[in-house]
Design a protein around this ligand. Structure first.
Ligand SMILES: *Cc1c(COP(=O)(O)O)cnc(C)c1O
Length: 372
């Protein structure tokens, strides 16, 4: 079976986990401190590690003071985690249309949805690309909005020569099993805003003030104060041990992902019916490889999925527009035409570091023979 995505775990990660298990200190301690310091060097920016990418988004929004009555702009085509993190604060995610070239937020559409309740814009770095990041920050500045980058797809990508996230207002990453690097589950927040960082350090530990410092010396606070709602969202040493090894392997992972995506681009460019995002793979590390097949209906796509599966190929869909989900449906007078019109044509082909060019050739020849 050629899987859509998968983790890449070597003996190094296994040994790192055994070392933590042997120490018999499994919670948030030295390893998390070390992973944070490795990540801070990589980003040249302060970092707080948390239990997953959704938690990173949730805590960032909360730290900005976003809550009931507030609205956050976000593209409708994203993992439901982006929407759930916003609604977890009590705020309302405002589903925006997408730009068809990059599948990132359409700022013209977003502008139509601004109200006096709008507090922030969440930028989703779809497939690892950041879209027009300068325009998005200018937009935020014009409307007085804070920016949260949902960079879950973009670990390793660069923008203007710096790692994506390093110059963000607030950037959130996911280290779940299939992301560009993993710590099992896990995630992190990257921000130069010291006030936001401090809040996240406390709220990830149930709001216990300064517990981060105690835990980093493998200790705990006992006589503490709590001043705000917190969550149990910290990272464990087991996760951090995996993440530290994965960070060292990032360059190898990036090379493989980029060369596979370039290979797809080259092979698919001769088919009129198929289009893909024109990413610059000198800077982007692709997390997924989405394509559009024009004229495909939902039924066609499901049939295609089943046929490919019989031939040992797993495909995916990133993503169903969130405003079509019951919990996030709304009666906006501004429909998201572009997102809805491409949804049935959208599918993702296998992309992970365990694949070889022959696998991609096999995927493509199967795909082409099904759709032509
Ligand atoms: C994976 C992902 C998240 C959430 O990360 P988790 O670690 O799974 O909680 C958020 N947004 C996007 C776009 C993602 O792909």
């Amino acid at each position: 079976m050629i899987r859509l995505s998968k983790s890449d775990i070597s003996l190094q990660e296994k040994n790192a986990v055994i070392k933590v298990l042997t120490n018999e200190f499994l919670g948030m301690g030295e390893e998390v401190r070390n992973f944070e310091s490795d990540l801070s060097s990589y980003f040249d920016c302060p970092v707080a590690c948390v239990s997953n990418g959704t938690a990173a988004l949730h805590l960032s929004l909360q730290a900005l003071g976003i809550g009931p009555g507030d609205e956050v702009l976000v593209q409708t085509i994203t993992y439901v985690a982006s929407f759930q993190a916003i609604s977890a604060t009590g705020a309302k995610p405002i589903a925006c249309d997408i730009d068809l070239n990059t599948l990132t937020i359409d700022l013209k559409d977003a502008e139509k949805r601004i109200t006096d309740r709008t507090k922030a814009i969440m930028l989703v770095h779809y497939a690892g690309g950041v879209g027009n990041l300068d325009a998005a920050y200018q937009f935020a500045k014009n409307f007085g909005l804070r920016v949260i980058e949902d960079a879950a797809h973009a670990f390793g990508s660069a923008y203007l020569g710096c790692p994506v996230g390093s110059n963000a207002d607030i950037a959130c990453f996911s280290f779940d099993g299939i992301k560009n690097i993993t710590s099992g589950e896990g995630g992190c927040v990257v921000t130069k805003d010291a006030n936001i960082l401090k809040k996240i350090q406390d709220t990830r530990l149930l709001g216990v003030e300064n517990d981060t410092k105690a835990r980093f010396s493998n200790s705990r606070s006992w006589d503490f104060d709590v001043k705000m709602q917190g969550w149990r969202y910290h990272m464990s040493d087991i996760m951090a041990a995996i993440g530290r090894v994965q960070l060292k392997r990032l360059n190898d992972f990036s090379k493989t992902r980029r060369s596979l995506a370039r290979f797809y681009d080259n092979a698919l460019s001769k088919y009129q019916r198929i289009s893909f995002i024109k990413q610059d793979y000198n800077s982007v590390v692709p997390h997924i490889y989405p394509i559009r097949i024009s004229g495909l209906s939902l039924e066609d796509r499901e049939q295609l999925r089943q046929k490919l599966e019989i031939n040992g190929i797993q495909i995916g869909v990133h993503y169903k527009p969130n405003h079509l989900l019951s919990f996030f449906s709304d009666d906006s007078i501004n429909p998201r035409y572009k997102a809805e019109s491409i949804y049935s044509e959208l599918l993702s082909l296998p992309l992970h570091t365990g694949l070889k060019q022959v696998d991609i050739e096999y995927v493509i020849s199967n795909l082409i023979s099904e759709i032509l």
